[in-house]
Design a binder for this molecule. Structure first.
Ligand SMILES: Nc1nc2c(ncn2[C@@H]2O[C@H](COP(=O)(O)OP(=O)(O)OP(=O)(O)O)[C@@H](O)[C@H]2O)c(=O)[nH]1
Ligand SMILES: [Mg+2]
Length: 569
């Protein structure tokens, strides 16, 4: 059946009022809310810098004494459009012939693009994106079938090869540089002047790093639907209601005005039907643009959208023959790809990802990019951990004094020095499994890194890449205040990688130390990362089965309830 709304994975306590077969708006949490009056955790981040400049939204004309009234404005507009209509009618006849010629000339100038990645087709440089064998090109051109051509790079990508084509600022090191991140951004610059419906995608594993804070610069005044991707990767037992509320809170805090929030997975198709029905409701004849930073899953989302749509819509079914290529390397889509997806009219556009200089992907060699992408459901790795194979001296030290005085390496990309924690403080790492975690005493950490980077601590992988690696040059000191030992104090998110949940007093470690603990205190950490990589301290993302137990819904005023976007999955 078309767009069959699978029963959504709601809590058994669910009491939603469903306004649409695909949508389950949840203005209120579905289980009793604990309105704890404990003060919120205050987080002080001493030296984290925010690189994202403020979004500049043009101010409306002020209502000063000389400002025209609404009625005057309407009259002016009306009079000018009437005058314009008269003039236009006169020149229309003359212009018609000229216009036809211009359209023909313009379409001759439009370079056909690869349907997989949007790169302009050419026959000159065989390892550049968009390359097609000259014979194939001539044949397809002769038969007017250039729209059905897949370039050489896309063919390799679709067979699992990992080739990125983006270099420079925000792009990647070590790859052949064909396109710059700036060029890709420019390809989207016309959007703010068009009438469009924007679907903005954010990767849940890298929520802060992939959020694309300057989306208003690209979207202009166009309405935005926020789609959170890859929720299938969240740890087992995660309550999507808590995650939905957390995402809405974060979005409101970022002052981004969106129509609604959808938690989705292009893999399991969770939430896709809900986005389709919202797009169809809000489209109103406009084109639909899928925007987001590189590798958040835009092309995969379009493929799943077409799949769901195709049950009912023959136009979408036909579009599935020539769908955009998706791949694990950021920099797959290189130009806007127009797709006829709706029987009701309006086009769907896949767009090149925006490459952000502050994500880990921007500093690693292009060969190491796949290591940054989680392949399966995340499973937090906690420290301290009784299963760790530790030197007995270290094990004893941790038993009595916790992680104080130790450093943890996350692959070769992050080092965390633990300066001050409780004996029961627990750090849980969520990120790609390809990056191994190593615990060493802080006094030996520098030496250990110098010796093992590229070998035990990867990426960077291999001696050669390690030699040209600039290292963990940026250091951030974090002082994290907590006022409640019943829940994590915060997450420390590493842009483009994952996050570390900081639990001041771990339940699993409680029994080892029965001594009384103050409800409030401070945790001190020092984080080392490559220079441009951003660190975000944020409220803890409620994941796993424990998330629903400690997550607190905020008390909302009636006004807030009304204007706050709803979440769906
Ligand atoms: N587990 C999981 N993986 C996903 C999901 N969506 C996308 N991916 C994976 O994420 C990677 C990137 O997907 P793409 O669709 O190519 O991402 P994109 O945003 O189009 O990337 P660019 O074109 O480079 O900007 C691929 O390996 C996808 O298989 C999802 O919902 N779940
Ligand atoms: Mg893409």
């Amino acid at each position: 059946m078309a767009l069959a709304p699978k029963p959504l994975t709601l809590s058994p306590f669910s009491s939603f009022t469903t306004t649409h077969p695909f949508l389950n708006p949840n203005p209120k949490p579905v289980f009793p809310i604990s309105h704890s009056h404990k003060p919120l955790t205050l987080i002080i981040c001493k030296s984290t810098q925010t690189n994202s400049p403020e979004v500049s939204i043009p101010e409306p004309d002020g209502p000063g004494p000389s400002a025209p009234t609404r009625g005057e404005l309407f009259l002016q507009r009306h009079q000018s459009s009437a005058a314009a209509a008269t003039v236009l009618a006169e020149i229309k006849k003359k212009k018609k012939n000229i216009d036809n010629k211009a359209v023909k000339a313009a379409s001759a100038l439009i370079v056909p693009s690869c349907y997989g990645c949007g790169a302009p087709l050419h026959t000159s440089e065989s390892d550049a994106p968009g390359y097609v064998e000259p014979d194939t090109y001539s044949l397809k051109k002769k038969h007017k079938q250039l729209k059905t051509v897949l370039c050489g790079r896309c063919k390799l990508l679709s067979h699992g090869r990992m080739i990125t084509a983006v270099g420079g600022n925000g792009g990647y090191s070590g790859g052949k540089q064909f396109v710059t991140a700036e060029e890709l951004r420019n390809k989207l610059s016309h959007l703010r002047h068009d009438k469009a419906l924007i679907v903005k995608l954010v990767d849940i594993v890298d929520f802060n790093g992939s959020f694309l804070a300057r989306i208003r610069d690209l979207a202009g005044a166009n309405p935005i639907i926020l789609v959170i991707t890859k929720v299938d990767l969240l740890p087992k037992g995660t309550d999507f209601n808590c995650v939905g509320d957390w995402v809405v809170e974060a979005t409101v805090k970022k002052k981004l005005n969106v129509l609604s929030v959808h938690l989705t997975s292009s893999k399991s198709l969770v939430g896709i039907a809900g986005v389709i029905s919202e797009i169809q409701r809000e489209k109103k004849g406009r084109d639909v643009y899928i925007l987001g930073s590189a590798n958040v899953g835009k092309s995969a989302f379009i493929n799943s959208l077409l799949k769901m749509l195709s049950y009912k819509d023959p136009v979408a079914a036909a579009a599935r023959r020539y769908k955009p290529i998706q791949s694990a390397v950021p920099g797959t889509t290189l130009g806007p790809i127009q797709i006829e997806a709706f029987l009701s009219g309006g086009k769907l556009y896949d767009t090149p990802g925006v490459h952000l200089h502050h994500r880990q992907a921007a500093v690693v060699n292009s060969d190491d990019l796949p290591a940054l992408a989680p392949q399966s459901r995340l499973r937090g790795q906690s420290f301290p951990n009784p299963n760790l194979n530790l030197d007995s001296l270290f094990a004893e030290q941790i038993r009595s004094n916790g992680l104080n005085g130790f450093s943890i390496f996350w692959g070769g990309l992050v080092r965390i020095d633990i300066i001050k924690v409780l004996p029961q403080t627990c750090l849980t790492f969520y990120g790609p499994k390809a990056l191994q975690l190593h615990l060493v005493p802080t006094e030996k950490a520098y030496e250990f890194y110098q010796k093992e980077v590229g070998i035990l601590l990867t990426p960077p992988t291999g001696k050669q890449k390690a030699d040209s690696w600039t290292g963990l040059e940026a250091t951030r000191e974090l002082q994290l205040k907590y006022h409640d030992t019943e829940r994590p104090a915060c997450d420390v998110a590493i842009s483009g990688l994952g996050w570390i949940s900081v639990e001041p007093f771990s339940r699993s470690l409680k029994s080892s130390e029965p001594s009384a603990v103050n409800d409030s205190g401070e945790i001190a950490l020092v984080i080392h990362v490559p220079k441009p990589v951003e660190i975000f301290v944020r409220p803890p993302l409620p994941v796993g089965s424990g998330g629903a137990e400690w997550y607190q819904y905020r008390d909302l005023t009636e006004m807030e309830q009304e204007v706050r976007p709803k979440w769906y999955f």
